[in-house]
Design a binder for this molecule. Structure first.
Ligand SMILES: [Zn+2]
Length: 362
């Protein structure tokens, strides 16, 4: 069984590599990837990513990439994460990678709820999800999908499928102020009196008029300002306490979360990066580094993200958990491996920043 799984993951890794190769070939055909697209804004605007030429030609950037590559060494699980983390665009959704490669998109589909940890479920789509943590005093959720329709057609029925009552969702922590993370929150707040927690900075962000929004987008309902989170704050519900840190970069107040969970009965800590690992400037890189330091300190062992596919083959791992729930959890690394993974993320993020300085002289 183990052998079969290893082969399966090896094939997945090969497929990912083949995709990378296709992407590179396509980018060359397009003249150095001018048509590429990165997902999600940054607090520094659209010029926060180096071009492929800058990234390839900056000796400083490539020295950092080499450091990250060497840390992964011969560990294929770290190699897979290195592949996802390092590059001019950093971790990107599979759909974006496919689009940049000129490949047809993978359709969005609703996922069956999956029990990722003993006390944590994933619900939502293959491209964006929400996380459900039942506690001794009700349900804690992270994120709320895109809109009211998702709340009615996905959040409520998924909770019922798991055997939970949507009326018991006491708090939703929103990772950052974008609609795909808080869209369903106003409905939950109104219908069930669910508390909505977000960084103060991102409450401010969503309440500012958005000059780019038009028509129905501009009219989409917002949650009413509720719990304002600050750096290092703890959010407790019953027997669960989540600690958050502010990691600006994708938005001014994107959150990193430290979440204690149980994996096959064993207590472990996991890290969630809602702002992906987008570090458009030094201040942002420092905040991420301190968030990653803290993850090491609490011996975190798994990384999750609202968008599956950003840091690994997350939807594949979810299927694997569904099919073989008693096998080791593919999300979970050893604390030592995870520490190395945080170093890989750190060097890869820094490599993008230093590549921005490349002006074609070294
Ligand atoms: Zn976003």
């Amino acid at each position: 069984m183990l052998k079969r799984m290893a082969v399966g993951t090896a094939i997945a890794a090969l497929a990912a590599m083949a995709l990378q190769v296709q992407i590179s070939a396509q980018q060359q055909a397009q003249g150095g990837g001018q048509a590429r697209r990165a997902v999600g804004g940054t607090t520094a605007g659209n010029d926060a990513y180096p071009t492929d030429d800058q990234y390839r030609n900056s000796k400083e950037a490539q020295a950092l990439v080499k450091k990250a590559f060497d840390i992964a060494g011969t560990d294929w699980r770290l190699q897979e994460r290195f592949e996802k983390s390092c590059g001019a665009l950093g971790p990107q959704r599979p759909a974006v990678l496919r689009q940049n490669a000129g490949l047809p998109g993978e359709p969005t589909r609703v996922m069956e709820p999956v029990k990722i940890f003993d006390n944590m479920y994933f619900i939502g789509y293959n491209t964006i999800g929400a996380w459900v943590i039942p506690t001794s005093q009700g349900i804690l959720m992270i994120d709320a999908l895109n809109n009211e329709k998702d709340a009615i057609e996905i959040i409520e029925p998924s909770l019922k499928k798991i055997g939970l009552n949507p009326a018991n969702v006491k708090t939703i922590i929103v990772g950052h102020g974008h609609f795909d993370h808080f869209g369903g929150a106003p409905y939950m707040q109104q219908k069930y009196g669910t508390h909505i927690a977000m960084s103060k900075l991102d409450w401010d962000l969503i309440e500012r008029p958005n000059p780019n929004a038009r028509g129905p987008q501009a009219a989409r309902p917002l949650p009413k300002r509720d719990i304002e989170l600050t750096d290092g704050q703890k959010v407790t519900l019953g027997d669960e306490t989540i600690t958050v840190k502010i990691t600006p970069g994708h938005t001014p107040g994107s959150l990193a979360y430290y979440i204690p969970v149980k994996d096959h009965g064993r207590a472990i800590n996991i890290l969630m990066l809602s702002g992906a690992n987008i570090t458009p400037d030094r201040a942002s890189l420092m905040a991420f580094n301190s968030a990653l330091d803290y993850a090491k300190q609490v011996k975190a062992q798994a990384l999750i993200n609202g968008h599956p596919g950003l840091f690994g083959n997350e939807t594949g791992w979810m299927e694997q958990i569904r099919e073989t729930p008693n096998q080791p959890n593919p999300f979970v690394l050893t604390a030592d491996q995870f520490g190395k993974f945080t170093d890989i993320m750190r060097y890869c993020a820094e490599s993008r920043l230093v590549a921005l300085d490349y002006k074609g002289t070294n």
